[in-house]
Design a protein around this ligand. Sequence first.
Ligand code: ZN
Length: 175
Amino acid sequence: MFYEKFNFSFRLTFYLYLLLILRIIVKFKHQTYLSDNHMHEWALAESILTAALEAAEKEKLKKITLINVSIGELQQIEKDIFEFSINEILKTQNKKLKDVEIKIKTEKCTLRCKSCDKKWTFDDMKKKLNNDEFEAIHFLPEVAFVHARCPKCGSPDFEITTGRGIKITAIKGEK
Ligand SMILES: [Zn+2]
């Protein structure tokens, strides 16, 4: 009798602890996943604003009114989180960025064959993919280039001319 009672409460405690540990693990994983994601976009947002402020300093602008940002099609970025990060950082910024408007555009990826100079786009390549390949490329665009060949001469020697990284394409301001 005693043994059974003990056994039961022991098991109950054991399960409760197990549940608690699982909850902590799940919570921890979820948080690191989210913050890792945020970190990347946050860092990019910070570097864009820092670069804009440096450019304004050079041009002796008192105020920045517009920043045009171009994000490459191949750049791994969550646009919503990037925009959120920019807005959050702007709240803490000085007068120079008080009324700034930030326009974000996606830069299409284009490629150029080094053998025959043929130019083509990432969109052209995507059309020829099946669903599985398309999914894989959505997560890791570089995958697309592993087996890619020039559509004209078949050479594997090509370069990505646009569509990588993130950059400021224009800054407007007041002196
Ligand atoms: Zn070629």
